[in-house]
Design a binder for this molecule. Structure first.
Ligand SMILES: Cc1cc2nc3c(=O)[nH]c(=O)nc-3n(C[C@H](O)[C@H](O)[C@H](O)COP(=O)(O)OP(=O)(O)OC[C@H]3O[C@@H](n4cnc5c(N)ncnc54)[C@H](O)[C@@H]3O)c2cc1C
Length: 383
């Protein structure tokens, strides 16, 4: 096992950090930290992200994408603020789904602008009454001559209010009376869909929202054939999404740790730097151990995916552990900073809220524990 970055991985990491500093943080810092960024600002960030390959990481170069290894995708993601990461990941995952499961027409229409970061994509699966169990999807897709009729509500969708195209999951009712799960690609400018924002506790600069389709008529060409290599598609998106979300948490906790370390070395009490006290060193040591183990677990899961190994258990374990560990590390960082840790000035309270937001998407801790348990025992406790 070689834990050293290759020269190419060092280059990827350095150029990501430079781009975040130059093209992303100024936009985040100039905006209202409690409000969603404007679409023009988001598109500026996406255009910069496209240069890093973040809009098309899982699309092969032969298809016009960046064709990154999952490990390299992770190394880039751990340097991206989660506010941006959680806008980019569903965008990129949707583009990947269109590449593998879309029709030729869908690929021709959407892939180029999605890869360039000129338009924004979303994936709508969750509903008011359907979260962890996708089999309970209630959105209905009916065939009516040359058209489809879409009825249903999607909730908690990242990019809901800014997206130009959305990949919507529903149950299709066929003319012969059979039903199956299907996906339609909805052009948000032409379809009759109502979107509204949902205000969440964290990641407030990225949009989350609801989409309501009521008797929404779409051309039949919106239906995704979903033929392609479905197993590859699932592995690429679901399994790698989890450690990637874990690395977004690592990004946040690492920043919190740096702030706490600086504070410990500059704040004096009882005539000493507080970093000289053993209890503060214990908190720093614990936070560092939590962040380092979270990072390694996520990178390991991505490396297993790259090598073609079975990653269901390791990717579930990595995300569950990483988000929880980073949540704890941020709490320790806040404690080291005393009252300053709770103030808005240091930004730690925002990081504490942001990291919590990563607990739920791409698998709740409960569901991820059960997926891991199923891998270990061969027995399912989910259903
Ligand atoms: C920041 C954010 C971004 C999101 N982005 C998107 C998006 O872009 N697209 C999208 O479609 N969705 C998105 N979601 C929604 C997300 O996928 C769902 O919230 C998630 O699947 C969980 O569903 P739920 O919230 O309905 O919880 P529920 O499924 O109702 O679960 C509630 C609790 O019950 C537990 N539970 C459920 N079933 C079991 C079981 N069998 N055994 C034990 N415990 C169980 C869960 O672990 C959880 O603790 C996002 C959510 C968040 C917070």
């Amino acid at each position: 096992v070689d834990f050293n970055y290759t020269s190419e991985q060092k280059m990827i990491t350095d150029s990501t950090q430079r781009m975040v500093e130059r093209d992303m943080l100024p936009i985040l810092d100039a905006g209202d930290t409690g409000g969603v960024l404007s679409k023009p600002d988001i598109l500026k960030i996406f255009a910069a992200a496209a240069e890093l390959g973040l809009t098309s990481a899982r699309i092969p170069e032969s298809g016009g994408g960046a064709g990154l290894s999952m490990l390299d995708y992770g190394l880039i993601t751990q340097n991206i603020p989660p506010t941006i990461g959680l806008m980019l990941q569903p965008h990129e995952a949707t583009a990947t789904r269109i590449f593998y499961g879309g029709s030729d027409e869908q690929r021709e229409t959407y892939l180029e602008p999605l890869i360039a970061g000129n338009i924004i994509a979303a994936t709508g699966s969750s509903e008011p009454n359907m979260g962890s169990n996708p089999r309970e999807v209630r959105t209905r897709i009916r065939e009516d001559g040359d058209e489809l009729i879409l009825d249903g509500t999607k909730m908690w969708i990242s990019n809901a209010t800014t997206c130009d195209v959305a990949n919507i999951t529903g149950k299709i009712e066929r003319a012969d009376g059979t039903t199956s799960v299907a996906r339609v690609l909805v052009d948000m400018h032409t379809a009759d869909v109502k979107t509204s924002p949902i205000h969440m506790m964290g990641l407030c600069q990225s949009p989350h929202g609801e989409m309501v389709f009521s008797d929404c008529r779409l051309p039949k060409s919106c239906l995704s054939p979903d033929k392609g290599d479905t197993a590859k598609l699932l592995t690429l998106t679901w399994l790698s999404n989890r450690p990637l979300v874990g690395l977004m948490a690592v990004n946040q906790a690492s920043r919190a740790f740096d702030i706490a370390l600086e504070h410990a070395k500059s704040r004096k009490q009882f005539g000493k730097y507080i970093g000289e006290f053993q209890l503060i060193q214990q908190d720093l040591s614990e936070a560092d151990a939590l962040i380092t183990s979270a990072r390694l677990m996520c990178l390991n899961a991505l490396s297993v995916i790259d090598s073609g190994g079975r990653a269901n258990g390791v990717s579930a374990m990595a995300k569950r552990y990483a988000v929880d560990a980073c949540d704890k590390a941020i709490a320790l960082a806040m404690r080291i900073c005393g009252a300053m840790g709770l103030s808005k000035e240091l930004g730690l309270e925002r990081m504490a809220r942001d990291v919590r937001m990563l607990t739920i998407p791409d698998g709740t801790p409960g569901i991820l524990t059960l997926i891991h348990g199923r891998e270990l025992t061969g027995l399912s406790a989910i259903r």
